[in-house]
Ligand binder design. Structure first.
Ligand code: COA
Ligand code: MG
Length: 289
C-alpha cells in the first residue's frame, strides 16, 4: 500500500469527503476523534460507514481514526466501521504495542463477523501523543503484521506536558519535539513499518510545506499526514523519488548485480557498499519498481 499522503477528513462532513476523494491522496483518514464534537460521534459513525460502503469507487485507501481506548468510545467505533471497504485504522493516543495487540483481538472477531479475510484491516499509530508513549516506542517491533506505519503528534503531547509553545522563533521544532519526531522515525524503522511525519498546520503555505517535506524525506520519513486537500500534491511529489534518483538507484542495483559476490564497488569516483545497495533498492521500491 502506498502511503505518501494521508488526508484527514472530519467524519461528520459530507462536503469534505466529496472534496477529499478527488484530492489524489494515497490514504483518506476518516476521523471519528478530535475533529468530531462529542455530540456528533454517533452521527459521524453512521456517516463514515456510508463512505466505507463506497470504497470500491474511491482511489484512496480508506482508514478510520477511532477514539482512544480510554474514552469508552472505541468499541462502538469498531463495531460500526469494521466492514468491507475499511483498509485500516489510525490509533490515536496509543501507549505501545499492547494497545495494538488489544485492538488486533477486537479486529480478529469483527473481521470474522463482517466476512472479511483475517488481517485485512491494517493499523497505523499516532505513537507520541502521551508522555508514557515516549517510553513504549521500542515495543512496536512486537506489534504484529497489521502494523503498517507510525506517525507522531505534536498537539496532544504538548498539552500533556504543559508546554507554552512547540516551535522556535525560526519555525523549527523545540527540542522535546525533535526528540519525539526522531524517536518515531527510529521506532518505525526498527519495526519495519513506514515512518510518517506529522501534519503541517499552515495549509495556506505551500512553499513552507515543500521545504518541510523535503527535510522530512531527507531524514527518512516516507510520507506524511495532510489536513487540507491543497497539501496533497506537494506531499505526493516530495515523497516520490525524482527521475534522477531512480536512474541512479537503478545503476547502483545493476552494478551490484553485475558483480556478484563483491561487497564494495566504485561508481562515479565514489565508494558503494551494502548500505548503498539497500538504499537504492528502497528508492526503486518507493518508485513502484
Ligand atoms: N478534506 C476535504 N475537504 C476539505 C478539507 C479536508 N481535510 N479541508 C478543507 N476542505 C475543503 C473545504 O470544505 C472547502 O470546501 P468549499 O470550497 O466547498 O467550501 C475547501 O476545501 C477550501 O477550504 P478552506 O476554506 O481553505 O479551509 P476551511 O477553513 O474550510 O477548513 C480546516 C480548514 C482546518 C477546518 C479543514 O482543512 C479541515 O477540516 N481539516 C481537517 C481537520 C482534521 O481532520 N483534523 C484532525 C487531524 S489533526
Ligand atoms: Mg489529536
Amino acid at each position: 500500500m502506498r502511503m505518501r499522503s494521508l488526508l484527514f477528513v472530519p467524519g461528520d462532513s459530507e462536503k469534505k469527503f466529496a472534496k477529499a476523494r478527488e484530492a489524489g491522496a494515497d490514504v483518506l483518514i476518516l476521523d471519528l476523534e478530535d475533529s468530531v464534537a462529542p455530540s456528533m460521534k454517533d452521527e459521524a459513525r453512521q456517516i463514515v460507514t456510508g463512505w466505507l460502503d463506497q470504497a470500491a469507487d474511491v482511489d484512496a485507501a480508506l482508514f478510520v481514526r477511532i477514539n482512544p481506548l480510554d474514552t469508552g468510545l472505541t468499541l462502538a467505533d469498531l463495531a460500526a466501521v469494521v466492514r468491507p471497504g475499511l483498509g485500516g485504522l489510525l490509533i490515536p493516543k496509543a501507549n505501545g504495542a499492547h494497545d495494538i495487540e488489544r485492538i488486533g483481538h477486537y479486529l480478529d472477531a469483527l473481521e470474522e463477523k463482517a466476512g472479511m479475510a483475517a488481517g485485512t484491516v491494517k493499523i497505523a499509530v499516532v505513537a507520541t501523543e502521551t508522555p508514557a508513549a515516549m517510553f513504549a516506542l521500542g515495543s512496536y517491533q512486537q506489534a504484529g503484521a497489521r502494523l503498517v506505519g507510525l506517525t507522531w503528534g505534536a498537539e496532544d503531547l504538548g498539552a500533556a506536558i504543559g508546554i507554552t509553545d512547540n516551535k522556535e522563533p525560526d519555525g523549527s521544532w523545540t527540542f522535546p519535539y525533535q526528540v519525539a519526531r526522531a524517536q518515531c522515525l527510529f521506532a518505525a524503522a526498527a519495526a519495519g513499518v513506514a515512518p510518517l511525519d506529522t501534519l503541517y498546520a499552515n495549509f495556506k503555505d505551500p512553499e513552507g510545506l515543500e521545504v518541510d517535506c523535503r527535510r522530512a524525506r531527507r531524514d527518512g520519513f516516507t510520507g506524511r499526514v495532510a489536513i487540507h486537500p491543497a497539501q496533497v500534491e506537494t506531499i505526493n511529489r516530495c515523497f516520490s523519488p525524482s527521475e534522477d534518483e531512480v536512474a541512479f538507484a537503478r545503476r547502483v542495483v545493476d552494478l551490484f548485480a553485475a558483480n556478484p559476490g563483491i561487497g564494495t564497488l566504485g561508481l562515479d569516483g565514489k565508494m558503494l557498499d551494502i548500505p548503498h545497495l539497500k538504499a537504492a533498492e528502497k528508492v526503486l521500491a518507493s518508485a513502484g519498481e
